[in-house]
Design a binder for this molecule. Structure first.
Ligand code: URA
Ligand code: CA
Length: 436
């Protein structure tokens, strides 16, 4: 087989065969096809697309380019959830303990922050001592013992995706439906869960900004997952503004603990319950979505969810005391209030800019090797639809120093767009997609 003829075919809009797809995916994984040829092919795929059969074949080839985790020793239906990435989106830390407390095993491999979005692994590492680097055996044993583990991907999980994703990032080929769907679903298939709930974000801060494109992405991923024999559904949820009020690693852990302790409600809990109820349904622990939500609410009320988080933190070597006293989490040196320079209703937010503001404070990386500062970020006190008077508190900044707080404050204020007429709050759940 010849890579040039494969590029040529896709350039001419012709579908690629299973063998051709496996050839270039294996060549990406083992380094035998040079990056310039892979890049040309990625651009041809970005411009000319792939049909359903090609997309399924691409996903399966990427999943099988490395290890396929075997979770069959776990009792029950191992369940996972995946978000396409958001700002202030710490649903995993809220719903994973609640779902596990309801008896459905949660075996989750998470990612680092990417671009303007935060990553669950970075958030977890705010907890003193906690490790996300478990071996496959440790990961399995922990899920068998306590029903929950949230860890980093093992080295050899979908290696073809690592190569292709890094190339897409620098060749303007991230925004391709078959490439996004195969990238995400291949990693989910390889990490072994039998039931997977996808949270496809939509709006200003999402990979796909229109509801139609987001639904299309959700449908594509769900079809592939079901074709591959897994139970998979998706919710399309809003990213027109940050989901929770806390943005930044330790701040988001604090918010998740506050929610699990019953001190805080709001959109983060609402979305966590919607997604979690679907996990219980697929995991066989609920009859209906309403039944699932009621069970999760009970795990919240009884404290069983927070207790599950304590167990997980302890099992992964962390100090669970932060679950009872969030002041033990890393705290920033410099805390400053940010006040509004305008009067009006908040009509929209530039969520990407809001995410980048936290990253620039040190909550994220500019380069892969950068160290992050777990303590920094900010708490937003206003949402879309809120009325704000000049001088009202907009956010509390947790910064390294006054300069950093000043820069973040400017970015946050510039990210808010005001209207003089009332504006309704954002709709949180835009669509549900299943395999039918
Ligand atoms: N997340 C992924 O893992 N892959 C993509 O292509 C986009 C988001
Ligand atoms: Ca089993």
């Amino acid at each position: 087989m010849n890579i040039i003829s494969i590029i040529e075919k896709k350039k001419l809009c012709q579908p690629l065969t299973k063998e051709e797809i496996e050839f270039f995916v294996n060549g990406a994984a083992d380094g035998s096809i040079p990056e310039y040829q892979l890049s040309a092919l990625l651009m041809a795929i970005r411009l000319n697309g792939m049909n359903r059969e090609e997309t399924v074949n691409l996903t399966l080839a990427m999943a099988h380019s490395g290890d396929m985790m075997d979770l069959s020793s776990i009792e029950g239906i191992p369940t996972d959830k995946h978000s396409t990435g958001g700002v202030g989106d710490t649903t995993t830390l809220v719903l994973a303990p609640l779902v596990a407390a309801c008896g459905v095993p949660v075996a989750k491999m998470s990612g680092r922050g990417l671009g303007h979005t935060g990553g669950t692994l970075d958030k977890l590492e705010s907890i003193s001592g906690l490790s996300i680097d478990l071996t496959e055996e440790e990961f399995l044993r922990q899920v068998e013992d306590i029903g929950i583990a949230v860890v980093g991907q093992t080295k050899n999980l979908a290696p073809a995706d690592k190569t292709l994703y890094a190339l897409r990032d620098v060749t303007s080929t991230v925004d391709s439906l078959p490439l996004i769907a195969s990238s995400i679903v291949s990693k989910k298939l390889a990490s072994g869960a039998q039931a997977i709930v996808l949270d496809v974000k939509t709006g200003a801060g999402a990979l796909m900004q229109t509801t139609e494109d987001s639904i299309e992405l959700a449908k594509t991923m769900v079809r592939i997952g079901c074709d591959a024999g897994r139970k998979m559904v998706a919710l399309v949820t809003d990213m027109g503004e940050p989901l929770g009020s806390h943005i930044g690693n330790a701040l988001e852990v604090k918010e998740a603990i506050d929610v699990l302790a019953g001190r805080v409600e709001g959109p983060l809990l609402t979305v966590a319950l919607e997604l979690g109820a679907r996990m219980l349904l697929l995991g066989g622990a609920a009859e209906t979505v309403e039944d699932g939500k009621a069970k999760l609410q009970e795990a919240l009320r009884s404290g069983a969810g927070l207790e599950k988080l304590r167990q997980m933190i302890a099992a992964q070597g962390g100090d669970p005391a932060c679950c009872d006293d969030t002041s033990l989490l890393p705290r920033a040196n410099y805390i400053q209030e940010l006040r509004s320079a305008e009067t009006g209703y908040i009509a929209s937010m530039d969520t990407i800019r809001l995410g980048n503001a936290a990253q620039a404070m040190g909550a994220g990386r500019k380069q892969k090797t950068d160290l992050i500062d777990h303590s920094v970020g900010y708490v937003m006190h206003k949402r879309i639809g809120d009325h704000v008077d000049k001088g009202d508190l907009i956010a509390t900044l947790h910064a390294k120093n006054p300069e950093s707080a000043g820069e973040a404050g400017k970015e946050i204020l510039a990210s808010l767009h005001f209207s003089q007429a009332p504006v309704p709050p954002c709709k949180l759940i835009h669509a549900f997609v299943d395999g039918e």
